[in-house]
Design a protein around this ligand. Structure first.
Ligand SMILES: *Cc1c(COP(=O)(O)O)cnc(C)c1O
Length: 376
């Protein structure tokens, strides 16, 4: 069949000669590490501007961006941090690196983002911050979050690792809370291979992040270090890829939205599944096309995934919320708040191929097979 690959992966990055040219330029300048290079500056200023934030500090990954965010806000031992339970475990790990206590907040039905109505009851004298995750590229209800944060004097970190370019009430995600954290792993909206960025409009926070990510070198004497630092630097070669990717971001997001729209219309009559939604005040970037089985369907999510794989269509199961993880339960045996909605997603959801490279014929092919499998 024309335009339909034998094996359709969940996602592949959009790479071409432009990335190769940029990498070559970095090599020719001999700017290959993370301390200097034109691409680094260009990528940081270009991406932070794109995110409507004043400062961008590149990092080695989304995980290290999150860890830096917690460090620069001085969130430490035994501080409680309220976190979306339904997320990539990196969000949870970042809080653990600081000795903080992650408190899971369950998802709302529909966007599957953390449910703002469940936050206030979890706030104690030890609560320092909320980490929201714009899951699958759909923005969190940020007005509610910011109101709670102001009322209780909490910091807000936005984990935007899946949501580059998403908008809440016309504002880019990452620019609404105190700090926004991005990942540029290969399957994210744009990639640098491995990489991340902290964005903020607060100068002191940006300066501290820039210092901490590079061993906190001294100012008068470089080797008299200011504090305990890390090497979380992105290399100039990675940034060179990032510059090229940034020039494609609008195209990628447009394509992601078209793919989601096509799936939505193809699958709208399939009663067994809930399709992703987009709230009117939001612009989702549909990082992955995530669908959720209704309760008591005659075929399980796992069976659908297996059948799709048999015909060369890759899928991924939903995340396992951190309250369900053994390491979480072992660390915090007492009073683990349960998250029934997020728990449900762990076994009843998956995402379909939706990378920027997918053809519309493939989307139709996958949809037809979904319909056939779900009818059987
Ligand atoms: C990918 C991801 C991360 C981690 O980013 P890495 O670059 O893989 O370290 C963190 N949070 C979320 C929500 C993610 O999807």
């Amino acid at each position: 069949m024309a335009n339909i690959r034998q094996y359709i992966p969940v996602s592949q990055p959009l790479l071409d000669d432009n990335e190769a040219d940029n990498i070559l330029a970095a090599l020719q300048e001999k700017a290959i590490s993370g301390l200097f290079g034109n691409a680094l500056q260009q990528f940081e200023s270009g991406f932070s501007e794109y995110c409507e934030s004043q400062y961008g500090v590149s990092t080695s990954s989304g995980t290290t961006a999150l860890h830096l965010a917690l460090s620069i806000l001085d969130i430490g031992q035994d501080d409680e941090v309220l976190i979306s339970s339904y997320t990539n475990m990196a969000t949870f790990f970042a809080a653990c690196y600081q000795g903080a206590i992650p408190i899971p907040i369950d998802s709302e039905i529909g966007t599957w983002n953390l449910n703002p109505e469940l936050i206030e009851e979890k706030i104690t004298v030890n609560t320092k911050a909320i980490i929201v995750v714009h899951i699958f590229g759909h923005p969190v209800d940020m007005d509610s979050i910011m109101e709670i944060a102001r009322k209780h004097d909490l910091f807000v970190i936005e984990d935007c690792a899946q949501a580059h370019g998403a908008e809440y009430k016309g504002k880019k995600v990452g620019s609404i809370g105190d700090v926004g954290c991005f990942s540029f792993y290969a399957n994210k909206i744009i990639t640098t291979g491995e990489g991340g960025m902290v964005v903020t409009s607060k100068k002191e926070l940006a300066e501290r992040a820039r210092s901490l990510k590079s061993l906190a070198f001294g100012i008068d004497n470089k080797f008299m270090h200011r504090e305990l630092g890390y090497n979380y630097r992105m290399s100039n070669i990675q940034a060179a890829i990032g510059c090229s990717q940034l020039s494609k971001i609008d195209h990628i997001i447009t394509r992601k939205r078209e793919v989601a729209e096509q799936y939505n219309s193809n699958l709208s009559n399939v009663v067994q599944v809930m399709l992703p939604i987009e709230k009117p005040e939001c612009k989702s970037v549909y990082w992955m096309y995530h669908i959720v089985h209704q309760e008591n369907t005659d075929i399980s999510a796992k069976e659908v995934m297996n059948k799709l794989l048999e015909i060369g269509i890759e899928t991924r199961p939903g995340f396992i919320p951190f309250n369900m993880q053994d390491i979480f339960i072992k660390r915090h045996m007492a009073n683990i708040p349960d998250c029934p909605v997020a728990n449900y997603l762990a076994t009843n959801s998956y995402y379909l191929p939706s990378g920027p490279e997918i053809s519309s014929e493939e989307v139709d092919y996958i949809s037809e097979n979904m319909k056939m499998i779900l009818k059987s």
